[in-house]
Design a protein around this ligand. Structure first.
Ligand code: PMV
Length: 338
């Protein structure tokens, strides 16, 4: 019996990964994200010798057979590289800090947590320490869910290669100026529940998308600028890029061959109110969106008082059941005592 436990955070992309190359989970363009602090998955992995049931998956302590196919597929993809998986039965027990149906994607934090557990077990079995532990975990996390590759590092991470810079197979931590380490992320839950078109389908619609090449070129340019601005701590120039990225991501969905829309009327209202508030007050608050209707508001801690007031006056009423999450830039994954 072996038992390990890791907590891994979610992340919010500033420059979005949207579209894959033909190989396994290789992004069509590089992306960069902030690591979150509060939205995370804690996972316990137990390896046993039982030959009867090879894989048991629990969520919040209850068996979840519906999670098994995705995890089985993931494990089958990595077994050649982690051959010990053939010799053990696995019990995976996880929980999220955010509600399951909050519309917050859990695949990044959960796949990162699973990859960290697996690399930790590998290390224990082989009896040597991996120099590149978090990078190796990022590599496996990526195979589980692309954006999970960016969840094994503190502060900010980049994933994807362009002209010899960065890597397609794994993410790496990028320099974040101290001033941006206090960025806040208030998540407005505009609509709870599963999104109606999965990211997998969304990525695939970028193949043969009429605007794909222009989008990938824009993403590369935004990525290059963002890495520099993160390093210099220039939020005033980075914020507009972040908003443009959110718009571009959703524009791709709306203009794909089978077009769809994930924004809701409340999403649009929130976006308009944030822009109007910023223009009027000069408070540097910007928004971004994932592949869903929820709004991620990003702003420096020094503006918290003004933003809280604005949020309570104008945005809270747009949140479903007045639900929101207060998050911020985080310190990356943590190994738990077992
Ligand atoms: O990792 P996936 O396949 O769920 O794709 C994530 C896509 C976005 O969240 C929209 C963008 C990103 O880079 O995280």
């Amino acid at each position: 019996m072996m038992n390990v436990s890791w907590s891994a955070p979610s992340n919010i992309a500033l420059v979005k990964y949207w579209g894959k190359k033909e190989e396994l989970q290789i992004p069509a363009n590089p992306s960069v994200s902030l690591t979150l602090s509060e939205c995370k998955t804690t996972m316990n992995l137990t390896l046993g010798s039982s030959k009867e049931k090879k894989l048991v998956v629990l969520f919040e302590g209850k068996e979840k057979p519906s999670f098994i196919p995705k995890i089985e597929k993931f494990l089958s993809l990595i077994t050649d590289e982690l051959p010990f998986l053939r010799d053990y039965s696995l019990t995976i027990d996880s929980e999220n800090t955010f509600p399951h149906s909050s519309g917050i994607a859990s695949s990044a934090s959960s796949m990162a947590a699973l990859a960290l557990c697996l690399v930790d077990v590998e290390q224990e079995i082989l009896g040597n320490k991996h120099q590149d532990f978090f990078s190796r975990a990022s590599y496996f996390a990526r195979i589980g869910s692309g954006s999970a590759a960016r969840s094994t590092f503190a502060h900010a991470a980049s994933w994807g290669e362009y002209q010899g810079l960065g890597h397609d197979q794994r993410a790496h931590q990028v320099e974040l100026h101290d001033q941006l380490k206090d960025l806040r992320n208030k998540i407005l839950i505009i609509e709870k529940g599963e999104k109606k078109v999965s990211s997998t389908v969304g990525h695939s619609l970028m193949t043969n998308h009429p605007y794909a090449q222009a989008r990938f070129k824009q993403a590369v340019s935004h990525w290059q600028q963002s890495l520099e601005l993160l390093k210099r701590g220039n939020w005033d120039e980075l914020g507009p890029i972040v908003e443009r990225e959110a718009m571009a991501l959703h524009a791709m969905m709306m203009t794909s061959s089978s077009s769809y829309m994930l924004m809701k009327p409340q999403t649009l209202s929130a976006m308009e109110r944030i822009i109007a508030f910023r223009e009027k007050t000069k408070v540097p608050v910007y928004f971004t969106l994932d592949a869903g209707p929820n709004i991620h508001m990003l702003y420096p801690t020094s503006c918290s008082v003004e933003v809280e007031q604005f949020f309570n006056d104008q945005l809270l009423e747009l949140c479903q059941d007045r639900k929101f999450i207060d998050d911020k830039v985080g310190e990356g994954p943590v190994k738990n005592a077992v």
